[in-house]
Design a binder for this molecule. Structure first.
Ligand SMILES: [Zn+2]
Length: 418
């Protein structure tokens, strides 16, 4: 045991001799530590059900149906980050972990990422993906297409996607107990659209997801009902008028039912993806519609490459965003620029998310995508907050508070979670 003066000298020496905090570190070590400790709510992901039979419900429009494209560097097979992520998840042995954990496997994946709750954007949840760790976000696009869609497919990717939407549409019609097209648009809305949304809500859904940007542009008009009815009844004319009318009906119903609307608002997968048509600025008329103010909209993926324009949209009272997907296509520094701009403007509307997705299992599964997005997202958040502290915009305490808001509190409030 040390004598008291000696111990005091050691304490003094420790204080004096300790290296100063690294002023050049990309992320302030204390902020990094706090960020690493926060159990996150992941606003958007596609977890896969463990075990057999193989899960095909992790997306309404799986990306494996796409023609080959030039993949972003970070996501390419054999990229060092992908290999590292694979080594990190269950020490590189997912197969053994799946066997050992069985139905608890997906929960254990969340534990590895320090994610408490993951919003699972899937056609259905199922065994091994249960609340409260996984909350359901089903798909609503198929409801926008009550008529045949052959005339809407202009390339092989869209052809594959509309065929997949037909499957979801058939599912919703069957679940609604309807076998043939209802006679009028009102009947269609009453017998299929509203009941499907109500079933989703009763099944625990917290939001409805639109993958609209893969099928058409995000520009949604405000057509007259009579014009939409005419297209529905005759099966001719401008199909978009009918889609737009139904979209607005769904958005109003979601507001009534207390479900948010999630919209893919970013560049997307595939060499035919219409990037300009996915510009979230096209959504502004919806955000400004007084009839839709009770509906909360979340722009998924943070709008890259339009991410800075989204900053201005955050002032709409019912509009939020998350930064999923950017966090495995882009590097932390790039993502941090967007996060910082948003946090400097309306920090209450910014949500952490991964978009963990099974791109090419087994080496690039939802686990690896989740790992990369989680590490990148937390680091990007740390870089943004560190910059704000160093520029005297906020205190260190406020930085930690903002980290908690982004990683969990903002989502908790948005979805009314405990
Ligand atoms: Zn997604």
């Amino acid at each position: 045991m040390y004598t008291r003066p000696f111990a005091a000298a050691i304490v003094l020496c420790l204080a004096a001799c300790a290296p100063p905090p690294d002023q050049n570190a990309r992320v302030d070590p204390q902020i990094a530590l706090e960020i690493s400790r926060i159990k996150a709510i992941d606003n958007h992901a596609h977890p896969v059900r463990p075990g057999d039979p193989p899960d095909t419900e992790y997306d309404a429009l799986p990306v494996e149906s796409l023609e080959a494209q030039s993949d972003p560097v970070r996501t390419r097979q054999g990229s060092p980050e992908l290999i590292n992520a694979h080594r990190q998840i269950f020490r590189g042995d997912k197969a053994r972990a799946q066997k050992a954990y069985g139905v608890d496997y997906a929960n254990r994946v969340l534990d590895q990422l320090n994610i408490e709750t993951m919003l699972a954007n899937r056609v259905a949840l199922g065994p091994g993906l249960a609340p409260p760790r996984f909350l359901w976000v089903p798909f609503a696009d198929a409801l926008m297409y009550p008529l045949p869609t052959d005339s809407l497919a202009h390339n092989s990717d869209q052809k594959a996607f509309f065929a997949l939407e037909d499957k979801v549409r058939n599912r919703y019609w069957t679940e609604s107990g309807v076998t043939s097209k209802p006679a009028t648009l009102d009947e269609y809305l009453d017998k299929i659209v509203r009941p499907t949304l109500e079933r989703h809500k009763a099944g625990g859904a917290v939001a409805e997801k639109f993958e609209m940007a893969y099928l058409r542009t995000l520009e949604v008009g405000n057509p007259l009902k009579a014009d939409a009815e005419k297209v529905y009844a005759t099966g001719t004319g401008d199909y978009k008028i009918l889609q737009d009318y139904i979209f607005r009906f769904i958005a109003i119903e979601c507001g009534r039912l207390g479900m948010a609307i999630h919209i893919h608002s970013n560049a997307g997968a595939g060499g035919y993806f219409n990037v300009a048509g996915a510009n979230p600025m096209l959504l502004e008329p919806l955000f400004d519609d007084p009839y839709l103010r009770k509906t909360k909209f979340v722009m998924l993926h943070g709008g890259w490459p339009f991410e800075h324009q989204l900053t201005a949209l955050l002032t709409k009272p019912n509009v939020y965003l998350d930064f999923s997907a950017q966090t495995f296509t882009n590097y932390p520094r790039e993502v941090s620029h967007a996060i910082r701009a948003w946090l400097e403007y309306v920090p209450e509307k910014v949500l952490y998310a991964t978009d963990a997705y099974p791109f090419a299992p087994p080496d690039a599964g939802w686990e690896e995508a989740g790992w990369i997005a989680n590490v990148t997202g937390r680091e990007a958040l740390g870089i943004a907050l560190t910059g704000m502290v160093r520029d005297n915009e906020i205190s260190r305490e406020r930085a930690v508070e903002l980290a908690r808001m982004v990683l969990r509190e903002n989502a908790r409030k948005l979805y009314g979670l405990k």
